[in-house]
Design a protein around this ligand. Structure first.
Ligand code: ATP
Length: 236
């Protein structure tokens, strides 16, 4: 269970996350919606340890990880797939994905045999990537590059997977493919927090919805079907 407890993050002189509290449960895809500038990316970056909060806590199963280094947070099992993919264009798909393995090994989260099994699992979950294994990642389509970024995060076997707009810039068809891949990563002991602007497609894979506005979590625990029925301009 990931609990955000009265978290405050300042960027420059601005309070971007304002005493925000929320709970994200394992076994679910928790979708976070909100206007541009509501603070969604900042929240994910703070959870991942990339920003130091000025108040409050980020609790993973009751343990506060808010002021740990990003590598300590990763070691605790929290992995962020940032907006804009962040893959290495000059490396092949296999090399990019093995960076996730390298992390796994470095973080001592599995034996070599377990890691081989996870690599096979990744090729099964992302069949397109299996076919492009030795292709330069920079030459892939946007959707394929996004799959490489998600596959790499998957290999770290995260307890908490934070996804910042994984479908941004993709055609509706590719966005659907990426979001269905996200759905296939759902596991009983894994919390997935998904930030998306592609609201209708994200609602189709989400289990719960939270609405962020101006640095606070205005509502949470909403049913995706209820949100899908509403006029989105009235939702956030
Ligand atoms: N380094 C910074 N210094 C000051 N303000 C910043 C900084 N980075 C971001 N902000 C501001 O913080 C606010 C929240 O930004 P953030 O990127 O978290 O929003 P968001 O909800 O993810 O938006 P979007 O949907 O557009 O990605 C914005 O108003 C932004 O301008």
């Amino acid at each position: 269970m990931l609990t955000i407890d009265s978290l405050t993050v300042r960027l420059g002189h601005r309070v971007v996350i304002d005493a925000l509290s929320a709970g994200f449960e394992p076994g679910r895809i928790e979708l976070v919606l909100g206007h541009n500038g509501a603070g969604k990316s900042t929240l994910l970056r703070a959870i991942a340890g990339l920003l130091r909060p000025s108040g409050g806590g980020v609790l993973l199963d009751g343990v506060d990880i808010a002021r740990r280094t990003p590598s300590d947070v990763a070691r605790a099992g929290v992995v962020l797939v940032p907006q804009g993919r962040g893959i290495f264009a000059d490396l092949t798909v296999a090399e990019n994905i093995r960076l996730g393995m390298w992390n796994t090994r470095r973080l001592k989260r599995g034996t070599a045999q377990e890691e081989r099994a996870r690599l096979d699992e990744a090729r099964e979950l992302f069949p397109v990537l299996g076919q492009l294994w030795n292709t330069r990642a920079g030459s892939l389509s946007g959707g394929q590059q996004q799959q490489v970024a998600i596959a790499r995060a998957f290999l770290a076997n995260p307890r908490v997977l934070l996804l910042d707009e994984p479908s941004v810039g993709l055609s509706p068809k590719l966005a659907e493919l990426v979001l269905s891949t996200v759905a296939s990563l759902r596991r009983d002991d894994r919390t997935i927090v998904l930030v998306e602007q592609n609201v209708h497609q994200a609602l189709a894979v989400a289990d719960t919805v939270a609405i962020m506005r101006a640095g606070v979590m205005e509502r949470h625990g909403l049913a995706p079907a209820d949100i899908a029925r509403q006029d989105l301009t009235t939702v956030f």
